[in-house]
Design a protein around this ligand. Sequence first.
Ligand code: R7I
Ligand code: MG
Ligand code: MG
Length: 350
Amino acid sequence: GTPASMSRFRGALVAAVLGDCVGGEFEGAEEVPMETVLQHLNGLEDETKGNCVLEYSDDTAMTRCVVQSLLNRSGYDQQDLARRFAKEYSASPGRGYGSGVIQVLKKLASPQLVDVYQPARDQFNGRGSFGNGGAMRAAPFALAFPNLPDVKRFACLGAMLTHSCSLGYNGAVLQAMAVHLSLQGALCLPQQFISRLITEMEEVEGEEEALRDVVFLLKEAEKPFCERLHRVRDLMDRNKVSIEEVISELGNGIAALHSVPTAIFCVLHCLQPRDYLPESYGGLERTIAYSLALGGDTDTIACMAGAIAGAHYGVEAVPQRWMRCCEGAEDADMNAARLHALYHQTSQGS
Ligand code: R7I
Ligand code: MG
Ligand code: MG
């Protein structure tokens, strides 16, 4: 499709929901054989099963808050978004939220709260969370703002409502940038895509705040996301890469640092057919299946990879039968069209 086409917006938001819903099955599993993944996905296509419903988790619940807030406020409004997070959590607390972030969401519900970023700063002895909860909901920022500086700035602020550690919010910046570039068609040149992300993250991680946080967090490189993106590039260049190597080089965990570069790798790796994936699968299906086979934080990695891949392949690549099984997929499709309008309105206005 053409850059920033409606199909790409719909693909991004719908595939993110799919990744979350189908990935929920394996979240936290240490090893997931590809056979088991394919069985799970084939099961979705079995019409005799009637309407199976896979529920979405916190990943989609919070993404929906971001989408609704951006649409209702025609841009980023921290008070409004904070209120929506708090309200959503109190209405459905059982969506599988991270154990730390629950504290933040409870504090955000307080009418006396003056600074909406303060509860996030209080997390983990004042260091803030490095979880991937900011990154998992970052895609809508790329679908609302046409200019990269806006995407970076608002993805960062939107993440800081719950994740004040640079390793948390910079994961959100990276994820939003990947969706932004994919929406422009940048995945047609994978080498340039990864190089561009590295260049952008060099700048993001060069900022003083980021460096200060990292000093606390032992054993990481000075620019941790850049270092991981270099590993992504090395793995991309190799013919054969085992699942074990991907996990040990990039991670599959709940930290943004151990999941956002992994999700980006899943998308890049699945641009081509792979012999351990069905020939009948297109790139989007390959990406989701591969993300699940890594195990670990499967709903979140598949959700993030889904958003990036969906923005590349477009909504036509999303299997109808998968979509019908996933709670919230129809809603995501409709909201994507509204974000498309906002994005193009913003691009004319500025
Ligand atoms: O990041 P967050 O919203 O969790 C998102 C994940 C996704 O996989 C969702 O699908 C859902 O399952 O949860 O929630 P947080 O509670 O902020 O962070 C997640 C976890 O990371 C925490 O519960 C901690 O175990 C860990 N963590 C930390 N541990 C020690 N020190 C995050 N930051 C720290 C830290 O600074
Ligand atoms: Mg989840
Ligand atoms: Mg998860």
